[in-house]
Design a binder for this molecule. Structure first.
Ligand SMILES: Cc1cc2nc3c(=O)[nH]c(=O)nc-3n(C[C@H](O)[C@H](O)[C@H](O)COP(=O)(O)OP(=O)(O)OC[C@H]3O[C@@H](n4cnc5c(N)ncnc54)[C@H](O)[C@@H]3O)c2cc1C
Length: 505
């Protein structure tokens, strides 16, 4: 698998392995960790600006969320301008609007300048309210947009088969094939002299006076500056308390009628559904997403996928479902991403995370912000997205709430863990965390009877993992580390897997 789950996403037909050619330099200008849209775009930009860069990716380019995204490119965000005004003030909300436009233009210009064949298309978008509550929300969204000078206009027809109360049109959004885009940028990065190391996990960092030493699975690497484009960094950091991992579900299907909505679409349910089309092997598919929940907090993740399919079948003439998958995104407690210097570091380490469902834009914007910070020492967005901005003011209630669940997750799972006397009690197809002979295990028995036994305690913050039956993974409910059935690490912030245990007999 070339993705952090057992299901194949629609983009994975074009996974590219970059050949490892590692002539290690004694010192790099910048080491970028993480080969998703954030890491690749930043590495490409810094290398093009003359910096000597190395990019480290634990698996392959696009292994993380960028390979499981739906790749709408927007300049409006899950955090609405109305919310931004109320939390950060009108001027900051206007700056957010500017940031969004800059991000969309940045991707469009990259595609144009480098002639990247990535199915990039400018598309309009429709936001539609399905009930009265959503209608109120839409009115607030449009009002907030008006206040910051962002154009949204009410329309009385939509391209989606829903009975709607009210709808708005947003012009000049975009979509693309994320992996084709990343493969191209990765290639340009290496052609420009950048080193791209796949299958290399960064385990930890040690800050020296003049540089940072990275401990990696391929040895130590020194760089004057380091960027974590991994959502959250290894170890324990303020960001693990201000950013929470969520799962979202996607299906891609053919329609019996062959008539597709040629526009981006979003309802205002909570969580909301999102729609776009894409052509694979000459056949069009409608891609629908939704059913989001906090990682490790859904009893039956398989049901999230089937609920989504059921919902789509109720509204669209679905023929066949060609792809279904889920992936992970990160919610910041105050609604804005964290892009800039890593809290608690001496100033040579940077982070970009908390993008909600807007990582195509924010990941790309991170490349410009982080490059500006490294190349010139400042960015006009540095205060707005400052990762150390969290004080017991903005988003504090949410801060307390997110962390209360982390504490209860750690404690409750250990107290309530089921005790078993033998592995024979795990039935075919069953997976659960159990205590056996005094130790805690994550046990999964395949349909053919084969059992996979792992130590169940996440190496990151010692929480117990929980089963994700949609992606056949063990997910940590505290900070979102994930592991496959063999214990191999799928998602940070853990940097090692779950130890595999050979069952007796
Ligand atoms: C289902 C879904 C749909 C979405 N749809 C949209 C959308 O339509 N539009 C939009 O704008 N956003 C969307 N998002 C959000 C967006 O996809 C993400 O925010 C974005 O892809 C994040 O990119 P990234 O480069 O920061 O992280 P990733 O793509 O996750 O890349 C991080 C990489 O770091 C690597 N890594 C982690 N730890 C280490 C380590 N210690 N050492 C080395 N490598 C490491 C991982 O293997 C991974 O490849 C969606 C998210 C989900 C879950």
């Amino acid at each position: 698998m070339y993705r952090d789950g057992a299901r194949k996403s629609i983009w994975q037909e074009v996974v590219k392995k970059f050949t490892a050619h590692f002539d290690q330099e004694p010192m790099y200008d910048v080491a970028i960790i993480g080969g998703g849209i954030t890491g690749i775009t930043t590495a490409h930009r810094l290398q093009s600006a003359g910096k000597k860069c190395i990019l480290l990716e634990a698996h392959n380019i696009g292994f993380g969320t960028s390979g499981g995204t739906t790749a709408h490119i927007n300049d409006f965000f899950d955090t609405t301008f109305k919310e931004a005004i109320s939390k950060f003030g009108l001027d900051n909300a206007k700056l957010l609007k500017e940031a969004g436009r800059e991000a969309v233009n940045f991707i469009a210009q990259n595609v144009l300048r480098h002639n990247i064949d990535c199915d990039f298309q400018i598309k309009d978008a429709q936001l539609f309210a399905l009930d009265e509550k959503q209608e109120e929300r839409l009115e607030a969204i449009v009002d907030g947009a008006e206040q910051v000078g962002y154009s949204m206009k009410y329309i009385n027809k939509i391209d989606f088969p829903f009975l709607f109360k009210k709808a708005a049109l947003i012009k000049d959004q975009a979509q693309f094939h994320p992996l084709k885009y990343l493969n191209a940028l990765g290639t340009f990065f290496t052609v420009a002299g950048g080193q791209l190391l796949e299958d290399c996990t960064c385990i930890s960092h040690e800050e020296q006076e003049e540089y940072v030493r990275l401990e990696t699975t391929l040895g130590n690497i020194n760089a004057r500056e380091v960027i974590y484009a991994t959502h959250t960094p290894p170890g324990l950091n303020l960001l693990h308390f201000t950013t929470a991992p969520y799962r979202s579900y996607v299906i891609a299907f053919h329609l019996k009628t062959g008539v597709y909505p040629e526009i981006l679409g979003y309802d205002l349910s909570d969580p909301y559904h999102y729609y776009r089309t894409h052509i694979v092997n000459g056949k069009k598919l409608l891609i629908a997403g939704g059913e989001d929940h906090k990682t490790g907090h859904a009893e039956d993740t398989g049901a999230c996928l089937s609920n989504l399919e059921h919902y789509c079948r109720e509204h669209f003439p679905v023929d066949t479902v060609a792809y279904s998958w889920s992936s992970q995104y990160y919610e910041p407690v105050d609604g804005l991403p964290s892009i800039g210097k890593l809290p608690g570091s001496d100033g040579r380490i940077y982070i970009a995370t908390g993008f909600r469902g807007n990582g195509m834009s924010f990941g790309s914007l991170s490349a410009t912000i982080l490059s500006d910070l490294i190349l010139s020492g400042s960015s006009k967005y540095e205060k707005l997205f400052n990762p150390s901005r969290f004080k017991p003011t903005a988003g504090f209630t949410a801060f307390i709430k997110e962390n209360a669940t982390v504490v209860s997750d750690i404690v409750m799972d250990k107290i309530t863990m089921e005790h078993i006397d033998s592995l024979g009690e795990i039935r075919s197809g069953e997976a659960k965390v159990v205590r056996l002979d005094g130790s805690a295990y994550a046990a999964y028995r395949e349909q053919d009877g084969k059992i996979h036994l792992l130590k169940s305690t996440c190496p990151h913050a010692k929480c117990e993992v929980r089963w994700n039956n949609a992606e056949l993974s063990w997910d940590c409910p505290c900070h979102g580390s994930r592991f496959n059935i063999n214990g191999q690490l799928l998602n940070a912030p853990a940097t090692t897997g779950l130890p595999r245990v050979e069952p007796d007999g």
